[in-house]
Design a protein around this ligand. Structure first.
Ligand code: DX5
Ligand code: ZN
Length: 219
């Protein structure tokens, strides 16, 4: 298991000054920037499109971890890759051909991730490990920041960690939703090495971003 890295979700940032917020979390020790893309169809909220990702790209050199909560996915992969995504994650539940989607992401020269909703069993990735650079376990139902961690997902994280290690593959195991000082230890013990933190990063305003990120890294 690699050292824990933190990906602040800019869903909890001040949307009226996103460039500034991205620079602030970069300076505060973010390892990557988690960008939540929602379409009002796959999830009950609407957020960011490729033009916003493109506008943010000059503000940091840190990788853009783009979490697509949209259906369909395939028509938008090229636009998010061109906008500067380093990782594109699609949901197992979106579209009918997730294997094809993962191949389409890698064909853009971008790392490919799959995300699983809380109700989705980890067995959906049994035949996809070789096609993955990242697995994102949702520990809340996607759509909003600031929700409570769903404890049952710890078992899923453990099971996926065992498979990654048994296969000896270099796949990031990311957890998204309700990660904070109270839950981070169990999430990392279960096997996660990349943590999304929205409200836990942005709470308290810009002066708190660095201590907030440090607190998560120190578990
Ligand atoms: C939820 C998003 C998350 C969200 C996490 O649909 O995918 O990335 O911003 O927010 P927190 O860390 O506040 O639970
Ligand atoms: Zn997310």
């Amino acid at each position: 298991q690699k050292p824990v890295r933190i990906a602040p979700s800019i869903l909890s940032a001040d949307f009226s000054k996103l460039g500034e917020e991205v620079r602030a979390v970069d300076a505060a020790g973010a390892d990557m920037i988690h960008i939540d893309v929602m379409d009002g169809h796959f999830v009950p909220n609407i957020t960011i499109g490729p033009d916003v990702v493109k506008a943010l790209r000059p503000h940091t050199k840190k990788p853009f971890d783009v979490h697509l909560m949209i259906d369909p996915v395939d028509p938008y992969i090229e636009a998010f890759a061109a906008a500067g995504a380093d990782i594109i994650t699609a949901h197992a539940e979106a579209g009918k051909h997730i294997h094809r989607t993962l191949q389409a992401i890698r064909a853009q020269g971008v790392k490919a991730g799959i995300s699983l909703n809380p109700a989705t069993p980890e067995t959906v990735i049994d035949y996809l490990y070789e096609d993955l650079d990242l697995i994102l376990v949702m520990s809340v139902n996607p759509g909003f920041g600031g929700q409570s961690f769903i404890e049952s997902q710890l078992k899923k994280i453990e099971n996926i960690r065992k498979r990654i290690d048994a296969l000896g593959l270099d796949i990031d195991l990311e957890v998204d939703g309700g990660v904070n000082a109270a839950t981070v230890r169990r999430v990392v013990d279960a096997g996660a090495d990349l943590l999304v933190a929205g409200s836990a990063t942005f709470k308290g305003g810009p002066d708190m971003y660095a201590p907030n990120i440090a607190a998560l890294k120190n578990l």
